[in-house]
Design a protein around this ligand. Sequence first.
Ligand SMILES: *Cc1c(COP(=O)(O)O)cnc(C)c1O
Length: 444
Amino acid sequence: MPSENHTLSATDAALATLLRRAEPCLWLNPRRQAVLPRAQPVAGSSIGLDDTRAAAARFARFAPLLARLFPELQATAGVIESPLLPASGLHVGQGRLWLKADHLLPVAGSIKARGGMHEVLEFAERLALRHGLIGAQAGPDDYLALASPAARALFARHTVAVGSTGNLGLSIGVAASALGFSAVVHMSLEAKEWKKERLRQRGVQVVEHAGDYEAAVAAGRAQAAQDPFSHFVDDERSLSLLLGYSAAALHLQGQLRDAGIAVDAEHPLFVYLPCGVGGAPAGITFGLRQVLGPHVHCFFAEPVQSPCFMLQMMAGQGAHPSVYDWGLSNQTEADGLAVPRASLPAAELMESLLSGCFTVHDDTLFRQLVQVLDATGERIEPSAAAGFGGPAMLTGSDSGRAWLAEQGLQQHLARATHLVWTTGGLFVPPDEYERFVQRGRALS
Ligand SMILES: *Cc1c(COP(=O)(O)O)cnc(C)c1O
């Protein structure tokens, strides 16, 4: 809840009412800055474009190894990326709508293939360097040594652990076990059975928790702290995850160029990112703001019952509100977004970079999932549909229109690009997906 001594403005008060009633609403960031310093403060250190480039370079060094470990990556020579797809059929307003199709990301089937894979690779690289399996100057082909029996024996002595609502566990579990690590995934109560089963089939130890995402992370963190050979991927704190996500910006920059999409004062780019704890959308926003400049506007989308990032941004640094404090339940079919409290580093990093946050009803997610299927044939999971309400939130609400006018964006909307980040879906079993579609059709 906002602190006692914090006086709410009239718009904040109206927003607080909508939040408490679990009604869709829009928050616009008054602290966003157009011009950025070269480095951004986060968690007592600072990161900049060089760190994003370093993450991209790490993915490149590992590419031949990844192509060997994952047959599905042979076609791309080990590159884990997603297409940029036109989706004009889904858009009614001005400008053009595109999808950044992370629901097609190989290996993990969700956006977690970016951050999760990066942190596992960074851990493996650190061990391999320390034990002399590769040298500091090693190139991509040298990294094939990490598939050798000696490397696998080294990795097998170490555990990679994580707490998750499902998709992060899927990514970390699959990546870690493929390299030969022992892998432990602490799953919160939302985690879908098929995600647990997929991991067990790969020899990953799945620990089921009756509590929420925070509880699963806390349990995993505590258990890993007892074991010096255990690396805990901390979704609430990790900079390696964040930087892994940020590397997406460099690839997207090339895709925008290839598609002839300009991003400048006359051609604003609006990006809508589904948000759970905030690591994935914050990492991507961090990358995009550095690579594309001030004319990219990033918005986070959250379920009406789990708007943890919006609450955190409203409260500011020094507070750490939970959705339960606001009388919300954290109950949502968007399992990837069912998080009660935001990542503090992600929120700190977003202070001056983010344009805003908005919330969505679960019913809307299912309707939009069906609209995506009918208009494009793409199969996304409910979490991945959260961004689609973004354009209407901006152009159809009073606060959104006022903000567009104040930012000088209103007159450029006809030439704007709206990019909805569809964050997951590839591995949803067909019968489960069919139930999503039936629910969406029954609602429309
Ligand atoms: C995890 C996830 C997100 C959000 O990522 P966070 O880092 O938790 O904010 C969005 N969509 C899907 C499908 C996810 O699995």
